[in-house]
Design a protein around this ligand. Sequence first.
Ligand code: PHE
Length: 354
Amino acid sequence: MDDLREKYVGLIAQASDESTLEDLRVQAVGKKGEISLQMRSLGKMSAEERQVAGPKLNALKDEINSALAAKKTALADAALDERLRGEWLDVTLPARGRPAGTIHPISQVTEEVIAILADLGFAVAEGPQIESDWYNFDALNIPGHHPARAEMDTFYTHRAEGDERPPHVLRTHTSPVQIRHMEAQGAPCRIICPGRVYRADYDQTHTPMFNQVEGLAIDKDISMANLKWTLEEFFSVFFGTEVKTRFRASHFPFTEPSAEVDIQCRWENGSVKVGEGDDWLEVLGSGMVHPKVLQAGGIDPAEWQGFAFGMGIDRMAMLKYGIPDLRAFFDSDLRWLRHYGFASLQQPNLATGL
Ligand code: PHE
């Protein structure tokens, strides 16, 4: 027994991996292992012999088993240490650089416009891009025969054959949101409605889809003077310099009186500088909301009045950031986007400047 103990304790200590250890286990205490065979021989011993040999053999078996278990744990610990050394990873290293996308100038300018007008007390309202012709035209005092319908180069949706209802349109302006808002919220109100609009037109300054922002302020005593102040304030903050405006009498079916608004500018080598010089650039349509439009929105024109304006966001982006061709906005040319795009963390904010 002492020989057996010495032999196995020595072999177990030398074992360098788990499979060697397992072989040793089978050899010593497995079914046909040396120690198991000894135990089997107990049956052939006399009672006295067995009393001496039995407990010793059991003790030996226990000793070998715990030596095996201890060695197994030691091997596993060593293996884990080895692996941890090999797979060591410095999680404090700076991450690999990834190409960052940029914010599209239209998204940027939309955010700028919203930041400025929100600061002036306007809330953002939105409406669908596919409109019924009632919201896009009739409710805005543009009846079926009105030439404005043709002028707008409207995209019409398709009706199933036999369906006599007038087709829906891709909204040609953001003005239908005025009606939707008046219906839902009534007066008084101060809202702006940024969003996409559609007209079948394509050249350097026109694309079939473009972006507008609509403004609407309704109250008991709102006048053109409030409109002029609001717009001048807006342009001055937007362009970062005082900008004079010029109101030219005009005509829109949904406003009366109506005015087209020009901003002060100067031309220099074919590019335009806003807020300087004595040239004028037309940038938006506006006026006092027509009584019929108030009525269509469920508001009593005897009690309420207000102003509205509509302005091209893409146009504003072109002017502010010196972008010469509107079509490039929608070409998805990565070089253009990298050049004109904005860093994504550069959120427009009145406090830090736009
Ligand atoms: N809806 C007009 C357009 O798209 C702009 C506008 C809005 C004019 C509000 C006056 C008042 O051309």
